[in-house]
Design a protein around this ligand. Sequence first.
Ligand code: NAD
Length: 410
Amino acid sequence: MSIFNDNLKRLKDLQKIENISDEEIQILLEPKQVNYTELDINNKKYPAWRIIYNQALGPGKGGIRFHPEVNEDEIRSLSLWMMLKNSLADIPYGGAKGGVKFNPKKADLSELEEVSRKYIGAFYKYLGQDKDIPAPDVYTNSQIMSWMLDEFEKRVGQCEPGMITGKPIELGGIKLRSDATAQGGYLVTKEMVSKFLENKKDLTVAIQGFGNAGHFIAQKLFEDGFKITAVSDSKGGIYKKEGFDILKLIEFKQNGNSVNDYSFGQKVNNAEFLELPVDILILAALENQITENNANKIQASYILELANGPINYKADKILDSKQKIIIPDILINSGGVIASYFEWAQNRTGQILDEDYLRNLLDKKMKTNWQRVYNKYEERGGEITLRQAAYAIAINKILTAEKLRGHIKK
Ligand code: NAD
């Protein structure tokens, strides 16, 4: 099944809802540039992609994923979502994404470095602060960004820290970036609770995926008094009705363990995990976790897409028919790319901006973006979903830019 084609159905639905012409929608149905190569590492070939979806609003922007299952269909989808997310977030970027199909968990540091450098060696001509700006994604981190920056600068013969974001502080990164996705997600969760769940006490939460995005949002919600009753990672999950001490669980995970091996709580597998009885289910792992096969079994009434694309098109329809509220990925996980934008802007201007100032700016932007989506949803009297409201805002802005550029004639 193609995740990309599945998501195009959402664009087609939007075309009807927003009366968008065929000529207009056509421009959004294919990426502008698909770059593919095979990286030769120790006599093994690793497929690698960098896809630029659209640049009407600015240079490409999106992370690089290292994963054994990465494929072109997935990178296309992720680059499409980046285009929508950047537009909705009101930052001057198009959309892009990259990936290498290999298992970084089985690689040593020197192999990781070689893959990172060879990736840049293959694609550096298409990258740059005014062309396309990568960042970390699943199983890539600030060390990988450092090797990539270094390789890029060697190739082009000049310093250009704004060509990549998610860097360590010493190389031009900003402190805010590491927990920005979770911070944005946390703020939107609070806004959602105040609109839909104001009178409900002791809200229970399950979080699928305990990596960068997942563990930080767990910590923020836990410290705010939410009861985190279930968490999982790729090996499986744990459930405890009374809730976990998340700070202890983070320490356990950071010592190299899987949450599935935590001695407190009941073990659950990844399929059972999604069906647990909780108020809020946060998806912070990978795509396609809720499909037509399990959508009917989801008990949570509120589903938050901290990961990109965790719910497929058919599942959306099923969940909507059961009055579940879904907070879409392009809204709730946009804190990371907004912080990346701050990092990029700082690298370009050479100004050093105060952390507190940036944190406030991120908070303000997330709340404004939530409000714009919620207002649009409310204007239509609940006839459209929050996802459709978010897509409508994002798509209309890109199409306006395309028209202003003369790419759409009518
Ligand atoms: P990460 O690599 O830090 O963490 C991923 C986590 O998911 C790991 O704990 C892994 O064990 C777990 N996982 C993998 N398969 C799983 C499964 N089947 N069931 C349960 N857990 C599983 O990645 P991340 O940066 O936290 O990204 C997670 C998701 O959030 C991705 O979809 C990513 O695109 C999205 N996202 C992340 C950021 C960011 O700034 N980190 C920004 C926007 C979107």
